[in-house]
Write a protein that binds this ligand. Structure first.
Ligand SMILES: *Cc1c(COP(=O)(O)O)cnc(C)c1O
Length: 477
C-alpha cells in the first residue's frame, strides 16, 4: 500500500506498534502487585533528566520510546492499579474499559453533532438511560458523559442557575444567589462557584451531624438567616458518599426541604452512585430518585479508566436552555436527536461512554453487583481487623471507606494527633507495602483506607493491617 505522508506509517506498522503497547501494559499488570505501591520519592530531577533527552529534534524508534515511557510510569508514580492501593477512588480499570479506550481513540468519532456519530451518541444515551433507571429517575431523564464528577457538578450549578434565574443566561449572576452543601462535601463546589461567577462566598457549608451527614436543623437555621440577609438560595446539594468518610446525607429529608423551598436538589453520588447497580446496596441511596440532577463517576467505583463522569437531570428543557448554541459551521440538527454540544459543557467530545458500555455489556449487571457487594464485605473485614488491633473507627458508613485513629495518640490533642497519624501513614506509604492517606473528619485527624481495586483480596487486607501495625511501632521506615 502506498503511504501518503510522513505521519502515515501504514496499517502493518500500526499493528506492530499496538501489539508492542499491548505487550507492555499486560506485563505491567502482571508485575505491578510485586512491586511497591508508591515510589519512595517523586523523582522529579530524574524524570526531567530523561525528558531532556527526548527533545523531538528527530524521531526515535517506537518500541524504544514506548519502553521508556512505561519504565517512567512504573518507576515514578503511585500505582493506582495495585491491589494494595487503599486510596482515593482511583480504580484498577477493567480490561473491557481499556479496550474501549483503544477503540474510541482509533475510530475517533466526534460526538459534538449527532449527525457525525449517531451510533456513538446512542451508545452513550443507552448507558445514561440504564443508570437513570437503576437510580429510579423518571422517564425523560437526560444527561451527558463528562470528564469527571467536577464537570458534572459544574453542569448541575449551571442548570440550577438557569432554571431559577431567567436573566442568568443573558446577564449573568445578579443579586446574591447561594447554594448549600455539607461541610464534608467535595470542595470542587468552591471552584465551581468561582467559575460560574457566583463567587466562592456563595457556597454555604452546612455543619454535619455526628455521622458526618448534612444536618437539616443547621440547614434550616442557615437558610432563615440567609433570607433575612437578602441572599437568594437556589440549590441544595446532598452528597451520597462523602469523599473523606463515605457519609450519605439524609436524601429523602433534604429532597422534601428542597421541594418546599423551591431549590434545585442535586445529589453528588460521584463515588457511591455505583451501588445503584446492586439490588442489595441500592436502598442506601433511597431518595436519589427525587433529585433534580445527579452526578455519578464511572471512573471511580465502576472501574472505568479515568475520564468518565456522568450527569443526569430530569429537566431536559433546562439542559437545552443552559447550553444551546448555533453556528454557521456545525452540521444541521437531526430531527428528534439533540446535538450533544448544545446540551453539555463540552464542544468537541470524545467517546467516553464506550468503555462503560463495553464493560457493562460484556460483564453483565450481576458481575458488577457481585463486585460491589464483595468490596463492601472486604471493607467490613478491614474494619473488623483494624478494631482487633486497637484502632478506633471514627466514620460511620456501610461503604468500604474506613477512617481510624489510635486512641492513645489522639489523647495528645489535635495537632499532636495529626502529626502522629501523618507519620504512621507516611511510613506505610514509604515502605511501599500499601498506599493509605490521612484525612480530617469534621476537623478530627485520622488515617483513611478505601477499597478501590477489584484486584484487592483478603490477603491484601491482612497485609495493610500488618503494615499499619509495624508503622505504629516504628518498625518500618
Ligand atoms: C471524586 C468526587 C468528585 C470529583 O469528581 P472528579 O471525577 O474527580 O472530577 C466530586 N464529588 C465527590 C463526592 C467525589 O467523591
Amino acid at each position: 500500500m502506498e503511504l501518503s505522508g510522513p505521519l502515515d506509517i501504514g496499517e502493518s506498522e500500526g499493528a506492530r506498534l499496538l501489539a508492542a503497547a499491548v505487550d507492555l501494559v499486560v506485563r505491567h499488570a502482571q508485575q505491578v502487585a510485586d512491586g511497591p505501591v508508591a515510589p519512595p520519592e517523586p523523582g522529579t530531577e530524574a524524570i526531567r533528566g530523561w525528558l531532556a533527552s527526548r527533545d523531538f529534534a528527530k524521531g526515535v524508534q517506537a518500541e524504544q520510546v514506548l519502553q521508556e515511557v512505561m519504565r517512567a510510569l512504573s518507576t515514578w508514580g503511585v500505582h493506582t492499579t495495585h491491589p494494595r492501593y487503599f486510596g482515593l477512588f482511583n480504580p484498577t480499570p477493567t480490561w473491557w474499559g481499556v479496550a474501549g479506550e483503544l477503540v474510541a481513540a482509533a475510530v475517533n468519532p466526534q460526538l459534538a453533532a449527532y449527525s457525525h456519530a449517531p451510533a456513538a451518541v446512542e451508545i452513550e444515551r443507552h448507558v445514561l438511560g440504564f443508570l437513570a433507571r437503576r437510580l429510579s429517575l423518571p422517564d425523560g431523564t437526560e444527561g451527558s458523559f463528562t470528564v469527571g464528577g467536577a464537570e458534572a457538578n459544574l453542569t448541575a450549578v449551571i442548570v440550577a442557575l438557569t432554571r431559577r434565574f431567567p436573566s442568568y443566561a443573558q446577564s449573568g449572576v445578579q443579586g446574591r444567589p447561594v447554594l448549600y452543601t455539607s461541610a464534608e462535601s467535595h470542595l470542587a463546589w468552591l471552584k465551581i462557584a468561582h467559575m460560574t461567577g457566583l463567587g466562592r462566598d456563595a457556597v454555604q457549608l452546612v455543619p454535619v451531624d455526628a455521622a458526618h451527614r448534612l444536618d437539616p436543623g443547621a440547614l434550616r437555621e442557615m437558610r432563615a438567616a440567609d433570607l433575612a440577609a437578602g441572599l437568594e438560595p437556589f440549590l441544595l446539594v446532598a452528597t451520597a458518599g462523602t469523599t473523606a468518610g463515605g457519609a450519605i446525607d439524609p436524601l429523602p429529608e433534604l429532597a422534601t426541604l428542597a421541594a418546599e423551598w423551591g431549590l434545585h436538589f442535586h445529589v453528588d453520588a460521584a463515588w457511591a452512585g455505583a451501588i445503584a447497580l446492586s439490588d442489595r446496596l441500592r436502598p442506601l441511596l433511597a431518595g436519589v430518585e427525587l433529585a433534580d440532577s445527579v452526578t455519578v463517576d464511572a471512573h471511580k467505583w465502576l472501574s472505568a479508566p479515568m475520564g468518565a463522569g456522568m450527569f443526569l437531570t430530569r429537566h431536559a428543557a433546562a439542559l437545552g436552555q443552559s447550553f444551546h448554541a448555533a453556528t454557521s459551521y456545525m452540521p444541521a440538527e437531526t430531527e428528534g436527536a439533540p446535538d450533544p454540544y448544545t446540551t453539555s459543557v463540552q464542544w468537541s467530545r470524545r467517546f467516553a461512554g464506550l468503555k462503560v458500555f463495553l464493560a457493562l455489556a460484556i460483564a453483565g449487571l450481576p458481575a458488577y453487583a457481585k463486585q460491589l457487594e464483595r468490596d463492601v464485605s472486604l471493607g467490613q473485614l478491614l474494619a473488623r481487623r483494624l478494631r482487633d488491633e486497637g484502632w478506633q473507627r471514627v466514620n460511620d458508613t456501610p461503604l468500604p471507606v474506613i477512617c481510624v485513629v489510635d486512641p492513645e495518640a489522639e489523647a495528645g490533642g489535635p495537632e499532636a494527633s495529626a502529626a502522629w497519624h501523618a507519620a504512621v501513614a507516611g511510613r506505610v506509604v514509604t515502605s511501599g507495602a500499601a498506599w493509605i492517606s490521612t484525612v480530617r473528619l469534621a476537623g478530627r485527624p485520622a488515617i483513611r483506607l478505601c477499597l478501590t481495586s477489584h484486584r484487592t483480596g483478603a490477603d491484601d487486607i491482612e497485609a495493610v493491617v500488618n503494615a499499619l501495625g509495624r508503622a505504629r511501632k516504628g518498625e518500618i521506615a
